[in-house]
Design a protein around this ligand. Structure first.
Ligand SMILES: Cc1cc2nc3c(=O)[nH]c(=O)nc-3n(C[C@H](O)[C@H](O)[C@H](O)COP(=O)(O)OP(=O)(O)OC[C@H]3O[C@@H](n4cnc5c(N)ncnc54)[C@H](O)[C@@H]3O)c2cc1C
Length: 438
């Protein structure tokens, strides 16, 4: 079958890889000159199955109210005269109900666990290099109340099969000695040895290259403007995708099936077809520093709970990422937020990096209110969704690509997840029922 994948971030590229493996003739359309140039470019780089709690949880509404108007707040909701933002906000509040949060966590852990296994198998199969570290993720707390509040979440993760251990401040520093400077401020932590980190950009571009070698065609510098439809009801189908190609010419590209993987921009393409995707962009920041003194830099991937920052070692670079601003599609860098990241990183690891030459970046997380992505079918028999991966697109990416390839091929993926437009046959559980092979 001829399949067109729309978007070449981690989700589109992983989808293309697995669709090709399933025997399809695959073309990827991407407006940028290469893969992973937008949100999959410089994120926090954590594969964090054990921290799958969505932002929508029972404690979120009060925290967000408290942060309103604070320029350096970890999560900043800037009210706009925009219907989508308000609708999204109301749905977010609904997802904060305890029962919904619990179900969302189960689903995210399920796809994230499946995805990590898929990533490990892909790594072994393709040999793609991406500064991968398999030393786990260490989450440290500097506020006793926040630490105490994290205990039930850690317990729930253990119940769901994630080995997230609650540990003392001394154990935190034993696992990551570079945190010794902070020892007196740390009140405790949790550590998951099975979590990982690695450069999402290197991985995605590496996998895109392998995919191209395997026969996937990439149409870069090509902007998707519209999906063309015909028929109605059960016979509704997508007949083609209208694009502006690299030479500025309008074209219609035809295929048997289409996979929508355009991250934060998926909603605009789906809306004229009557498909209502609740995806809002959540702007996040990262800073990348050159490591100058190896011994003082962390080598375990970290989460600084107090400042809601994730920190990943990428070879000789240190990536620090976090914060979220709900303020439309702007990617403008706010100097207050950038400075706050560098100030905090310098306080944690004063002698580790060159803090005078940070590389700042921002990206738009494709956020659904629940942080559960849309993976599955639409009312159009040949249009499929793989989008809305929010805060965890790298963690869920490879598994999402594998799952959508199964669905496009007419099979049910082998995990418990509420796939869009498909019956949820079993309650969500985290176990992958068939072992993955490299
Ligand atoms: C600061 C920050 C830190 C993060 N940290 C982590 C982390 O540690 N771990 C984790 O798991 N996740 C993390 N994430 C989330 C993760 O980066 C995203 O979920 C993921 O990158 C989304 O991938 P995607 O492929 O859906 O979107 P994208 O990477 O944005 O890909 C979509 C592609 O579609 C293309 N496109 C859009 N519109 C069009 C069009 N009209 N025509 C053609 N092409 C188009 C875009 O150019 C883009 O390449 C973080 C995000 C941010 C912002």
């Amino acid at each position: 079958m001829k399949v067109i994948v729309l978007g070449a971030g981690i989700i589109g590229v992983a989808s293309a890889w697995f669709l090709n493996k399933a025997g399809h003739d695959v073309t990827v359309i991407e407006r940028q000159p290469g893969a992973a140039q937008e949100t999959s470019f410089a994120n926090g780089c954590q594969i964090s199955v054990s921290h799958a709690e969505p932002w929508a949880n029972p404690s979120a509404p009060l925290k967000i109210l408290h942060w309103l108007g604070k320029e350096d707040a970890p999560l900043l909701y800037r009210f706009r005269a925009e219907w989508l933002q308000w609708r999204w906000g109301f749905e977010f509040l609904r997802q904060c109900l305890p029962a919904r949060t619990a179900d969302n966590i189960r689903q995210i852990v399920s796809i994230a666990e499946y995805s990590r296994q898929t990533l490990q198998a892909l790594r072994a199969e393709t040999g793609v290099e991406y500064d991968c570290l398999t030393k786990g993720i260490l989450h440290f707390y500097t506020d006793e109340k926040e630490f105490q509040q994290s205990l039930p979440a850690a317990k729930l993760m253990r119940e769901l099969g994630c080995p997230r251990q609650t540990i003392s401040a001394d154990e935190v520093v034993r696992i990551e000695p570079a945190l010794a400077v902070m020892r007196s401020k740390i009140v405790g932590g949790d550590y998951t040895a099975s979590d990982e980190s690695g450069d999402v950009y290197k991985f995605t571009t590496g996998l895109a290259k392998k995919s191209a070698e395997a026969g996937v065609h990439f149409a870069f510098n090509t902007t998707v403007t519209r999906l063309l439809q015909e028929g109605s009801g059960a016979n509704a189908r997508i007949t083609g995708v209208e694009v502006i190609d690299a030479n500025g010419h309008h074209q219609v590209l035809r295929a048997d099936a289409f996979v929508l993987a355009m991250g934060s921009f998926s909603m605009q393409l789906a809306r004229p077809l009557g498909i209502d995707l609740m995806i809002y962009p959540g702007k996040g920041y990262s800073a990348t520093y050159q490591i100058t003194k190896d011994a003082y830099a962390p080598s375990v991937s970290l989460t600084d709970d107090g400042h809601k920052l994730v920190i990943s070692r990428l070879g000789e670079r240190l990536r620090v990422a976090g914060t979220c601003e709900l303020n439309g599609y702007t990617r403008e860098l706010n100097p207050t937020r950038c400075d706050a990241i560098t100030r905090r990183t310098r306080a944690l690891f004063p002698d580790a990096c060159d803090y005078d030459h940070p590389v700042y970046w921002s990206g738009l997380r494709p956020l659904t209110p629940s942080n559960v992505p849309y993976i599955g079918k639409t009312r159009f028999g040949n249009l499929f969704l793989n989008t809305g991966h929010g805060t965890l697109g790298w963690t869920m990416g490879c598994g999402s690509g594998r799952a959508i390839a199964e669905i496009v091929s007419g099979r049910q993926p082998d995990l418990n997840f509420a796939f869009t437009g498909m019956a949820r046959t079993k309650p969500a559980a985290i176990r992958v029922t068939r072992p993955l092979r490299a």
